[in-house]
Design a protein around this ligand. Structure first.
Ligand code: MN
Length: 262
């Protein structure tokens, strides 16, 4: 190994070490001998040379009433439910750039879902709603990209919808803003345009379960750790994109995110 590679690798391992959790290997990665490198997933932090190490990606389903209805559910009777995407589903989208986003295999109905993303800097089990926002380290905005045809078909067959939701690059995301700079996002416009035409347009205060409530509920099912991020659900009017389409999304208080489907 070249000396330069060694130092790069050591730097990467330092990042991993900060994100190690009780569930990880019992041998610290900094001293373990591995046959190959697995690159940890990180997201740049605005106004900082730090990067945010991603441990898990949680997503909440049907968290806006009108979207819940368009998906065929009754939002008044449904407790929150969650699914996960693999961390390497992250596609980082820098501010002010239009990032190419590849149309995935296997689908003929590829949908956008514009979402606020909460990024945790502390962990906890069974955290009360009143304390839950204390875990939030920062916020970003992202897309929960979905192979809708496969999600629906698998759901209809009562099979896991993994390949409908949790595939490569299914989680485009902007840089993370520290909560100290932005405050918490309890209201504000969230919109998404395709080729300049407004498709989704709602307010964060229309979430059925607030970010704090989501964290509290999640912490009943999973012990949360620093590095966990939560896609907080999408408003109504999800829909398809095809190759060549330009997606632009906005949340009040954050810079817009743009991708082109290629
Ligand atoms: Mn979603």
């Amino acid at each position: 190994m070249e000396r330069r590679d060694f130092f790069q690798q050591t730097a990467v391992m330092g990042t991993v070490g900060a994100g190690l959790t009780a569930c990880a290997s019992t041998v610290p990665l900094s001293i373990a001998k591995t046959p190959f490198n697995v690159v940890p997933v990180t997201i740049p932090v605005v106004g900082s040379d730090e990067v945010f190490p991603v441990r898990r990606i949680y997503c909440i389903g049907r968290n806006y009433a009108a979207h819940s209805r368009e998906m065929g559910s009754d939002p008044t009777r449904e407790p929150p439910f969650f699914f996960q995407k693999p961390t390497d589903a992250i596609q980082y989208v820098p501010i002010g750039k239009v990032e190419d986003h590849p149309y995935p295999t296997l689908t003929k109905n590829y949908h956008y879902e514009a979402e606020l993303v909460a990024c945790l800097g502390k962990g906890e089990k069974n955290i009360p709603v009143a304390d839950a926002l204390d875990l939030v380290w920062g916020y970003s905005l992202g897309l929960d990209m979905t192979r809708r045809d496969l999600q629906r078909a698998l759901g209809d067959e009562k099979k896991p919808w993994e390949i409908g939701k949790s595939f490569d690059r299914s989680a485009p995301i902007g840089p993370i803003h520290k909560v100290a700079q932005t405050g918490h996002f309890k209201q504000g416009t969230i919109w998404l345009k395709v080729n300049g035409q407004t498709k989704q347009n709602a307010n964060l205060n229309q979430m059925i379960w607030s970010v704090g409530e989501q964290i509290s509920k999640l912490s009943e099912a999973f012990e949360l750790f620093p590095g966990d991020i939560i896609y907080s659900g999408t408003p109504e009017n999800v829909g398809p994109v095809v190759r060549g389409d330009l997606i632009e999304m906005h949340i009040d208080g954050l810079p817009n995110l743009s991708v082109r489907i290629v």
